[in-house]
Structures are given as C-alpha cells and as structure tokens.
Design a protein around this ligand. Structure first.
Ligand code: GLC
Length: 473
C-alpha cells in the first residue's frame, strides 16, 4: 500500500514543533511494516538555503485565475529509501511564517499543488497513492479539492494535531481555487456567510478523521461549546468507525534512533537501564557545572513558550519554591512576553533558576539526560513527545493530567500527574517528587519503569496501517 503524507513541516528538513517529528518518524515506522510512504511539504526558503536540492521536475496549477509554476524538489530521508518532496511555488514563494489572510491563501495554493503533484508523481515515478494522509489545517483543504475539484477517488485521512489552530479566513479563497460555493457549504459562517474554517472543511470532507491520543479525542468532543467546528466533529463521530465510540486517537511514538541515551552523541555520558544511576549522575554533574549550579534535585522545562504549554503556571509555582533547595532550568523560545517573564524569574533567583530562551536540540538532549524531573504544565496537550523522551532518559515527568500526557504517564508508577492549570497542585506534585527521590528504592523503581516503557513508533504504525486498510476496503 502507498501512502502520501503531507503537512506543514517535516524533520529533519524543517521542524518547528512535534508535527515535524511525526512527519519524519511515521513514514519510517510504516516502511518497516510494508507500507510505502512518501512525504510532501512546501519548499520554504529555510530548506532551500540549507539543502539546495536539485529540481526534479515542474508542473502548473491554476490559482487566482493565473497559471502558476510549481517546481518539484526531492531528497531521500537520511538513512532510508523514503522520498521526501518539496514543492516550490515559483511566483508566490511558500513562506513558513506567513501571517493572516495570505497564510490561508498560501496553504490553499499548496493544497492544490499537492493534488496536482499526485498526477506528477504517478506519471514520473509510476507511484500512485492509495491514501492521502493530511495533517492539521495547513493541508485540510486537500480532501475537498481532491474530491470536488479534481474528482480523484483516493481516500483521505485527516489527523488533528492541534484543534486550536483552524485556519479561519475569507471564503474568497474558494474563488481563488475556482471552486463554487455550494460545493463547500458546510463551514460557511456569518450572515451573509463570508468566512471559511479550513480545518472544519477538512473534518467534513476527509474520509476519516483522527487525532493523536485517545484522551484528546475525548476532550475535543467534550469542550465543544467553545469550538466552532464541534458540531462537525460530533457528526463525524457518529458516522465513522471509531475506537471506544470516539473519534480515533492514535498516540504518537518517538524515534528510538534519535532518542536513545545509550547512543546519543549530544549528551556528556551515554547510559542505559543497567548503568543509569552513574550515567545520569555524570550527565547531571556536567550539566550543572556548565550552568554554574550546585548539586541539588534538578527540575527542567523544555518546550515552546506558548500559552498552551502553561509556563505561567510554572512561573507562579517557582516563585514560591525558594526554600526547597532545588534547581530549575527552563529552555525554549516563543512568545516574547513569556520569555521576558522567564528571564526575570531567573534574575530574581540567580542561585537556582536558569532561563535559556534559545532553540537548541543539543541542549535539550543534555537536559533530558542530566535532569531528575521534567515539568510539563500544559493547559492541553494533544499528544506531547517531551514526556516520552524524558522517560526514555530516566527523567521523571510531572505533567498536567490531560490529552496525551494522561495517556502516556501512569501516575505514581513512571511519573506524576496533577490537575491541569492549578499551580497549587503542581507545587504539591513537586514536593511529592522530592519525597519519592529520598526513598531510593521507590525512586529507582520509578525511573526504571519510565525508561522501560515502550514509546517506539512500531505500535502506533500498526494502528495507522489498520486504519489505512480499513479505508481502502
Ligand atoms: C502538536 C501538539 C502536540 C503533539 C504534536 C504532534 O504540536 O500540540 O501535543 O505532540 O502536535 O502530534
């Protein structure tokens, strides 16, 4: 079976968030169980500058009533035979951080290009996808374009990685695509209707809708008062095959080739489940030395500085922990205001708080290896990969009880869960963690149980395979 996977980003070529990791690891894991996946994303300047791929071909699309030329660039995913394609809109460049209305139009044209690319790839490589797997709103117009405009009978799966980003914009984008209004009447909003909700269109028109954990699948149905496309999700839930009677939720995995403390080149000392005690201690010593911190129980935060990630909850909690004799290291970039607050916190407590407002994969690896605990105070978390990575490195997660965090952490066994959004609960969990660490036997058991938990992609890939098979039946 052939699957074309598409989305906004794909590691290692271009990565801004967890979706980027999924787009790299899922095709690899599918390859191992006999599914031939190929990936297509936009050819942003950032990719072009770094890789400068050779152009493989060209085709045209008709967008905004003009003919636009789309260049096809390609590369194999390193150490695999999986082709990754990059589409370049020669006239209106695809830009990774485009904003507002232009952003909706840009991805509409990318979606049209992807559908045309299917013709190109089947002609040039004799490769025809049996399924198109779309991810998030950036590729959510594909099911509609594929069916209504191009009349192609290829089943589509839409995976929601974050329901909070929906791509709401002017209905005019349909004129640009040269599609008539009646064909998309589902998600029009306003009176007279002027708006389109791109993710909503995807939910209505995809053959199947899934998300990245079972708990998140339940949450997005439950909180649907606040959500403009809830009614459509509800409808999908009634129509489509489901797991536990809900929209399908398949937990992501992590790439064990990348995330392995026994082979990780970025960390100070390598270790596994046999020598983790000395391994982690050595990593911690070097980490703390590099930051000028004393040897104390060490907590970290790794992630985007965004409201979703609940840093304000962490900041509020940390402000009351001066007497606990711990270290707190915060790594991440994002919202300038949040970054500023984190830096102020570090200035206020120079002896035990460190803030690193940078994007550094390398430093993240060192933190996973050298910290005792990782705090993940997300307000919501569709899946979350950080808890899985930390656990693999024997770092105990202290996380909000929500979404994928709740589905991957067993409270008290391999991590701690606290009620989301509550700094008092987080404070209590931190104190609880310190008590557990004092009880060596219990702590050892917890670390080993975390390290041994299987978060490889293999399990999830099998579930995707089942879904795909269901769809082509
Ligand atoms: C989004 C979600 C995150 C998830 C990732 C990959 O970034 O916020 O929870 O892990 O997508 O599915």
């Amino acid at each position: 079976m052939n699957v074309l996977i598409t989305g906004y980003e794909a590691a290692p070529f271009y990565k801004r968030g967890g979706l980027g990791d999924v787009m790299e690891s899922l095709p690899k894991a599918l390859g191992k169980i006999g599914i031939e996946a190929r990936v297509v994303i936009p050819y942003y300047d950032d990719i072009k500058e770094k890789y400068n791929f050779k152009e493989e071909g060209e085709f045209t699309i008709r967008f905004e009533s003009v003919v636009e030329s789309i260049g096809v660039y390609s590369s194999l995913l390193p150490r695999t035979k999986i082709p990754f394609y990059f589409l370049d809109n020669k006239k209106h460049k695809f830009i990774s951080d485009k904003r507002g209305k232009d952003k909706i139009n840009q991805f509409a044209s990318f979606n049209l290009a992807v559908v045309n690319f299917i013709h190109w790839v089947s002609e040039h490589h004799k490769w025809i996808p049996s399924i198109v797997h779309c991810n998030d709103w950036h590729t959510a117009l594909i099911p509609l374009i594929l069916k209504q405009k191009m009349k192609l009978e290829i089943p589509t799966l839409l995976t929601i990685h974050n329901l909070n980003y929906q791509g709401i914009g002017s209905l005019k984008v349909l004129d640009l695509l040269d599609m008539r209004d009646e064909e998309t009447k589902e998600i029009k909003r306003g009176k007279p209707a002027t708006e389109i909700n791109v993710l909503g269109e995807g939910i209505v028109h995809a053959d199947l809708v899934s998300t990245v954990s079972r708990s998140y699948a339940k949450e997005i149905m439950r909180d649907y008062g606040k959500n403009p496309i809830a009614a459509f999700l509800k409808k999908r839930e009634e129509e489509q095959p489901k797991i536990d009677g809900k929209i399908i939720g398949i937990l992501n995995g992590i790439d064990y080739d990348v995330w392995n403390p026994a082979t990780d080149k970025s960390i100070f000392h390598k270790y596994d489940t046999n020598n983790w005690e000395t391994g982690k201690k050595d990593n911690k010593d070097d980490l703390l030395k590099s930051l000028g911190l004393e040897d104390r129980p060490t907590f970290c935060f790794v992630g985007r500085m965004a409201k979703q990630k609940g840093l304000d909850i962490l900041i509020k909690t940390v402000d009351g922990l001066d007497s606990l004799n711990i270290n707190m290291i915060i790594l991440g970039v994002g919202d300038p205001i949040i970054q500023e607050t984190v830096l102020k916190l570090a200035q206020k407590y120079p002896s035990w708080v460190r803030a690193e407002p940078i994007y550094s994969e390398e430093f993240a690896h060192k933190l996973y290896a050298g910290s005792d605990f990782i705090i993940i105070p997300s307000r919501y978390e569709p899946c979350g990969l950080i808890q899985m990575i930390a656990m693999r490195y024997g770092t105990i997660p202290i996380a909000s009880k929500t979404g994928g965090l709740q589905d991957s952490i067993a409270n008290g066994k391999n991590g701690l869960l606290f009620e989301k959004g509550k700094s008092i609960r987080l404070k209590k969990a931190i104190k609880h963690a310190l008590n557990i660490q004092k009880d060596m036997a219990r702590y050892r058991k917890m670390v080993l149980s975390a390290m041994r938990k299987d978060f490889s992609w293999d399990k999830s890939a099998v579930l995707y395979k089942k879904l795909y098979e269901e769809m082509v039946k």
